[in-house]
Ligand binder design. Structure first.
Ligand SMILES: [Zn+2]
Length: 185
């Protein structure tokens, strides 16, 4: 397993520093050996071409497991199948791609990030290091929406219930999660 310093595109908007805490349970991520994931969702201003962060969060392994449990078996299988066929083994995500390239192209469509109006960025980390595995990965918004479409109604309800049980997440983020569920991870 290869490690790198965390790249600035994964920094928290508010202070331009790496995430210190799990957004969901508040656990200190820098001091634990538990792997965690960061997802950032960006929207590009059509005129200025500048990127605006729509959602950003870090999630520890424990919370990821809890969140995964909210997803029904059927939805999970659908997502895994979709990821296997369209993302993880697709043209855009060939092993020869180094991590710098992986941060420039959508893993599923191969489109350059500069040409995407909306996309998600997901990475895996331990402490202050970024893991190079199938992550980091960039996904165009169209792919995220397709994945959302694979969720059963039951899963959507379970997922919203899961969000309601969480106390540390700011309300506006919670509402966002209900319309744009973080299903990738
Ligand atoms: Zn957590």
């Amino acid at each position: 397993m290869e490690f790198k310093d965390i790249t600035p595109n994964f920094y928290q908007d508010s202070n331009q520093k790496p995430f210190c805490e799990c957004t969901f349970c508040g656990k200190n991520l820098q001091e634990s050996n538990e792997p965690y994931l960061i997802e950032k969702s960006f929207k590009r201003n059509r005129q200025s071409k500048q990127l605006l962060t729509v959602i950003e969060y870090a999630i520890c392994l424990e919370c990821t497991i809890k969140k995964t449990q909210a997803i029904s078996e059927e939805s999970r299988q659908n997502i895994e199948k979709y990821m296997r066929e369209n993302v993880l083994n697709s043209e855009g995500n060939l092993p020869r791609r180094n991590f710098v390239e992986k941060l420039e192209f959508c893993a599923a469509t191969g489109k350059n990030v500069e040409d995407l109006d909306e996309f998600n960025l997901v990475g895996q980390f331990i402490g202050d290091k970024m893991l190079l595995s199938e992550f980091p990965v960039i996904m165009s918004n169209e792919i995220s929406e397709e994945i959302q479409g694979l969720l059963s109604e039951k899963t959507k309800e379970e997922f919203d219930k899961f969000m309601d049980t969480i106390t540390g997440v700011p309300p506006e983020l919670k509402e966002l999660f209900k319309t744009k569920r973080p299903v990738l991870i």
